[in-house]
Design a protein around this ligand. Structure first.
Ligand SMILES: [Zn+2]
Ligand SMILES: [Zn+2]
Length: 370
């Protein structure tokens, strides 16, 4: 099969390699769509990964073409999305089903072979069934969507909140979309690229709720939009000193700051910023990855198609992030394809990597299609 293989830092080649051998409990997925994640760029060109050779790619979808013994034969022929984290199921967080905080996990596309290939070996427990209304492209965007949803659910968002989103990369844009879908009365989005503005508007953001940080004073603008109060809830999706400070500065008294952006460099809080956290009694919280009902078969009689306990109260809360996303995709309540700026046939996907590395042109989600 053809696959993009990372042999070392900045040594990334499209090659012919043998099809993956399946271990017990795994299925073979024929990849149909695979998105490039922002984290793939340093992984390929700068920092490398845990072992070589490795096939990157953790945002992908496809069709199950082979089911190994010990797996449910019904997966064969099914269209699937893939939860890329393989938890140890033994550590403290795992025992509480908080797999996103597993202390000893494996990961498709960074610790073992992932989806930039014609075929990928995937543990059955990591599969999620795609309803027929959900496209393969959408299936390949489940992971970043679930990350955005996880941040919203961890932040104790309430529909009446005045919410600010700073940084409109993939996660920031998806956060904006899910906040609007969840009925946020006031979402204020701050970006710095024309593509971000156009996409945010396409996703339903009112024109006056967009701020361009290249030409506007963000702090003043948020003040004006919130009657001088600041944002009840502030999502920081950049990960720089200035933007973390800005988030604290623009949060309302007793407000919440949710830190989403991975840090670019050292993050140091200056004294006035620290004072503001104290005096405004802010809640500052982190969010990481997404929740997934690991290993729950969609055919289990106690669960309906969406992974909910049948007939239980609080269905919405008990749902994991991935099924929360899938419900909204199936109901056409969210349209993530608006984020896709480039589509490449699989054999030309390396162009997409270079676009994201060189930053010579604007880009959103770059998708490889089989
Ligand atoms: Zn990712
Ligand atoms: Zn664990």
């Amino acid at each position: 099969m053809k696959a993009y293989v990372l042999h070392g830092i900045d040594d990334f080649r499209l090659e012919d390699v043998p099809e993956p051998k399946l271990k017990e409990g795994e299925v073979l997925v024929e990849v149909k769509a695979a998105g490039i994640c922002g984290s793939d760029i340093p992984r390929v060109y700068k920092t490398g990964t845990y072992s070589y050779p490795l096939i990157p790619g953790h945002e992908f979808s496809g069709v199950v073409v082979k089911a190994q013994k010990g797996t449910d034969g019904r997966w064969k022929g099914q269209r699937v999305g893939i939860f890329p984290l393989i938890p140890c199921v033994k550590c403290g967080p795992c025992r509480k089903k908080q797999y996103e905080m597993c202390r000893s996990y494996s990961y498709l596309g960074s610790r073992r072979d992932g989806g930039f290939a014609q075929y990928a070996a995937v543990p059955e427990k990591n599969l999620i069934l795609l309803p027929e209304q959900v496209t393969f492209e959408e299936g390949a965007m489940l992971e970043p969507m679930a990350v955005a949803v996880h941040a919203i659910r961890k932040s104790a968002f309430r529909p009446g909140d005045k919410v600010a989103v700073l940084g409109l990369g993939t996660i920031g844009l998806l956060l904006t979309a899910f906040l609007l879908e969840a009925g946020a009365g006031c979402v204020l989005a701050v970006g710095n690229k024309d593509f971000q503005r156009e996409t945010a508007l396409k996703l339903g953001l009112p024109r006056k709720a967009y701020c361009d940080s290249r030409s506007q004073d963000v702090s003043r603008w948020i003040g004006e939009q919130t009657d001088g109060q600041g944002a009840d809830l502030f999502f920081e999706c950049v990960g720089k000193n200035e933007t973390v400070s800005l988030a604290v500065d623009c949060a309302a008294p007793a407000g919440r700051v949710c830190l989403v952006g991975n840090p670019y460099s050292e993050i140091k809080l200056e004294k006035p910023v620290y004072w503001k956290i104290l005096r405004n009694q802010l809640t500052v919280r982190g969010t990481w990855n997404s929740s997934f009902h690991y290993g729950q078969s969609p055919w289990e009689p106690s669960l309906d198609f969406h992974g909910r306990e049948r007939g239980e109260e609080g269905e919405e809360e008990s749902k994991d992030d991935w099924h929360y996303v899938l419900d909204r995709l199936a109901g056409k309540r969210i349209a993530p394809a608006a984020l896709i700026t480039h589509r490449f046939p699989f054999t030309e996907l390396e162009k997409g990597f270079r676009i994201m590395r060189d930053k010579q042109e604007e880009y959103g989600k770059i998708m490889g299609l089989m």
